[in-house]
Design a protein around this ligand. Structure first.
Ligand code: DQA
Length: 145
């Protein structure tokens, strides 16, 4: 099993950006958590990718075709705007889990739509960075059961 974890804009600023919402842990902490949790869950490979650019995220999803068995994606702000990311996820048809650090459902109206989520089989929201462990577990279950 090979998992690709994709993080969208401003997630590289974890630990600095709005700590009251996103916590004090850094992006490097998030990468370490994903690598450790992935290995514990039986993934042979966990690649963690981050970009602030929509097209780069779409390129990465396309490159995942044939290279990864599952995707965990936090499209960040592009969650609420990007039909392109939705279409890329649909194009490759790789099982995907949507994850959000904050509880997006209890935030502003403009965060209430998720385009990427329409191509994901599960969603984890409001569990902080630990939500990525949860998302990887859901992915592992889906790929092995
Ligand atoms: C986020 C929630 C989004 O609404 C926001 O734009 C982000 C992060 C989260 O992980 O809680 O950048 O995806």
């Amino acid at each position: 099993m090979r998992a690709l974890v994709i993080n969208g804009p401003n997630l590289n600023m974890l630990g600095i950006r709005e700590p009251g919402i996103y916590g004090n842990d850094s992006y490097d902490d998030l990468v370490a958590l994903c690598e450790t949790a992935g290995a514990e869950l039986g993934f042979e490979q966990v690649e963690v990718f981050q970009s602030n650019h929509e097209g780069a995220i779409i390129d990465k999803i396309q490159e995942a075709y044939g290279a990864f068995d599952g995707i965990v994606i936090n499209p960040a702000a592009y969650t609420h705007t990007s039909v392109g990311i939705l279409d890329a996820l649909k194009a490759v048809s790789i099982p995907a889990v949507e994850v959000h650090i904050s509880d997006v459902d209890s935030r502003e109206d403009f965060r209430q739509i998720s385009y990427a989520g329409m191509a994901c089989f599960a969603r984890v929201s409001g569990e902080g960075l630990e939500g990525y462990r949860h998302a990887l577990k859901l992915l592992a279950d889906r790929l092995t059961l």
